[in-house]
Design a protein around this ligand. Structure first.
Ligand code: COA
Ligand code: AMP
Length: 635
């Protein structure tokens, strides 16, 4: 039997122009490209140069033109507001998007202008994104769990003409008023948007700022529908900010043409869904998974996408995923392992599953963090469908490695996201940029050029793009993940090589948190590490060294820094533990030994670093960790 995965993977690397050029025929272009891959400005590569298109046309209008107008495009399911379910067909979505695009256009938004979308998981968030795409404007969605300060940083970098927001988001225990966060962010930012459009939600409405804000409903009612605007394949579709190694986030840019080609391809090749199938990604539009697989991938492919406003547990119970799958006939679902750990914790025997007809459900995909074998087996045993771990990043926009269910499914090896996806040439390198033998851990790097759909650069920061991803291993993209490849080509992703941690599938920078802690007037020095957590994968823990002479109660200072992180970064950081210590362990050259601290917290054996300036400090760290409930093991 021929292996369609091997054929595709081999051809994608040997003949990228032929491979992606053929796949690109699946997209409707206003003008076809002159060149599939343009390497003339390496290490900056561009795909489908000379091509012209519109992403919204391909995601929405095209399906109406091709007879899918009455098919559901979006099913909005919100258990968090008491079980509201609303369906939008492709025709209805087209009308809604065209009208909202008209409202944006009235406010001066045109090709290349930026629009920030700061919204909860409601269909209007998707409509706003698609409306930007329709006008050739560039959206930048900011996750609702981020604080005003994070929003302000993004406003100053993206310089939006308009911000689209809502009166509130809803979490299980509370309503989150968005308007104070939005106003606070606009006050704090140097750049000011010309206008804001606010979706008033009945759970909590807000006062609109005269002269700046409009109500979504009124703005749409007054608008003339806008047509799709043709853009270059290489024009930006969106900017998505993600954690960098400091508090300054990186603006990952996505283009129009290559992005469409790659995402549509993955819907069949990776996820094995056909147009018309119901596909559900239980993520948030604020994350890359939401961009690629709540919005663009499924809609480009003519699927029905589920927009879910709820949590895996507590809305109302650990059976909600099964209810959504059976009620909406979901064929393929995508979520983060942490969601399954939460379900397993609440319903270890999956008793609630028995209440639902899961016969149409074919595959579960997991990503965002490594799928631990326990979670994998629990999901496999209970769901009785393939459970597929796949590895990707905000930067890549789609999976670097996956078990390609639409090409050639391979046996699952626990702990591995299987093999490099077509288009990806993954190598494991040592510090000198040499490949290491199979089985040895090194830096996971991808040989350039990266396939279509990946980041061409960072927003207004070509140099930073090169420095962050390309300079360390010339000729390669540095993923900043460490891992290895086994003799059968399976990849294993072991750890980040930078200070990024993964909290409940959310990517956070410990460096960014340290900047916040260091801003406290009593803190002389600090370190934040990610320690293993059974539910969330990792949780941040802070260590504070106080300035000489500070004699306030340590518990007060700890409380204050926890509050500061929540206020500046947001609740999503889940920063709830910190400890005051006398000193931080350092090398003789002054580098804080965060890796060793993390091993102590995770109860792992560690070697006393040869360069440590004073080993006794590690005992103090152990004691501090014990004080806040973490395990201890001296190597
Ligand atoms: N707006 C405002 N606040 C938000 C928010 C949002 N959109 N999303 C999360 N928060 C807040 C939560 O209310 C919580 O606040 P708290 O400290 O007051 O309790 C905090 O941020 C952390 O939220 P969360 O990460 O959701 O943790 P949790 O303990 O409430 O729930 C899980 C744990 C595992 C159920 C949850 O993290 C989850 O569903 N994870 C899946 C993640 C995911 O889909 N990731 C996308 C990658 S595929
Ligand atoms: P994000 O940009 O938020 O998608 O986070 C990307 C990071 O999450 C990667 O660099 C990895 O560290 C981690 N990650 C994502 N998917 C996986 C996976 N399947 N296995 C292991 N780590 C993963």
């Amino acid at each position: 039997m021929t292996d369609r995965y091997i054929d595709a993977h081999t051809r994608s690397l040997e003949d990228p122009d032929g491979f992606w050029g053929e796949i690109a025929e699946d997209i409707i272009w206003t003008k076809k490209w002159d060149k599939v891959l343009d390497s003339s400005n390496a290490p900056f590569y561009r795909w489908f140069v000379g091509g012209e298109c519109n992403t919204c046309y391909n995601a929405v209008d095209r399906h109406v033109d091709e007879g899918r107008g009455d098919q559901a495009a979006i099913i909005y399911d919100s258990p968090i507001i008491g079980g509201v379910i609303k369906t939008l067909t492709y025709s209805e979505l087209k009308d809604a998007v065209a009208r909202f695009a008209g409202a944006l256009r009235t406010r001066g938004v045109g090709k290349g202008d930026r629009v920030i979308v700061y919204m909860p998981m409601v269909p209007e968030a998707v409509i706003a994104m698609l409306a930007c795409a329709r006008l050739g404007a560039v959206h930048s969605v900011v996750f609702g769990g981020f604080a005003a300060n994070e929003l302000a940083v993004r406003i100053d970098d993206a310089k939006p003409k308009v911000i689209v927001s809502a009166s509130c988001g809803i979490e299980p225990a509370r309503i989150i008023p968005y308007k104070p966060l939005l106003d606070g962010a606009i006050d704090a930012a140097s750049h000011k948007p010309d206008a804001c459009i606010i979706l008033q939600r009945e759970q909590e409405t807000c006062e609109l700022t005269p002269g700046r804000d409009s109500d979504w409903g009124t703005a749409v009612a007054e608008a003339e529908p806008a047509k799709c605007v043709t853009v270059k394949a290489t024009d930006p579709l969106y900017i998505l900010y993600t954690s960098g190694t400091t508090g300054r986030p990186k603006g990952v840019v996505r283009d129009n043409g290559g992005h469409m080609v790659a995402l549509k391809y993955t819907m069949k090749a990776v996820y094995n869904v056909e147009p018309g199938d119901v596909y559900w990604s239980a993520s948030d539009v604020g994350w890359v998974v939401g961009h690629s697989y709540i919005v663009y991938g499924p809609l480009l492919n003519g699927n029905t996408t589920v927009v879910f406003e709820g949590k895996p547990v507590g809305t109302p119970d650990a059976g909600v995923f099964w209810r959504v799958i059976s009620q909406h006939k979901v064929k393929v679902m995508f979520t983060a392992p942490t969601a399954f750990r939460a379900i397993k914790r609440d319903d270890p025997e999956a008793k609630l599953l028995g209440q639902y007809d899961m016969s149409g459900f074919k595959t579960l995909f997991l990503a965002g963090e490594r799928t631990d074998p326990d979670t994998l087996h629990w999901a496999e045993d209970n769901l009785k469908v393939p459970v597929i771990d796949h590895w990707w990043q905000t930067e890549t926009g789609w999976s670097i490695a996956a078990n390609c269910m639409g090409l050639h499914p391979y046996p699952v090896k626990p702990g591995s996201p299987t093999k490099a996806a077509p288009g990806w040439d993954v190598r494991v390198l040592d510090d000198a940029c040499n490949e290491v033998p199979n089985g040895n851990i090194g830096a996971l790097c991808c040989k350039l050029p990266l396939p279509p759909g990946t980041l061409p650069t960072l927003w207004n920061a070509d140099e930073r793009f090169k420095e962050a991803y390309l300079d360390e291993f010339p000729g390669y993209y540095k993923t900043a993940d460490a891992g290895y490849i086994d003799d059968e080509g399976y990849l294993y992703i072991m750890a980040r090589t930078d200070d990024i941690i993964n909290v409940a599938g959310h990517r956070l920078s410990t460096g960014g948190m340290e900047e916040v802690l260091a801003s406290h007037p009593d803190v002389a020095e600090c370190a934040v590490i990610g320690v293993a957590d059974q539910l969330k994968g990792q949780l941040p823990v802070g260590f504070l060294v106080l300035k000489a002479g500070v004699d306030r109660a340590e518990t007060d200072i700890v409380k204050e820094v926890i509050g500061l992180v929540r206020e500046r970064i947001g609740p999503v950081a889940a920063f709830k533990q910190a400890s005051v210590v006398k000193r931080l362990p350092k090398t003789r050259s002054g580098k804080i030994l965060r890796g060793t601290m993390q091993k102590i917290a995770d109860n792992e054996q560690y070697k006393m670093p040869a360069t440590i300036d004073d080993p006794v400090i590690l005992e103090e760290i152990e004691t501090a960790l014990e004080g806040i409930g973490y395990a201890k093991a001296r190597g």
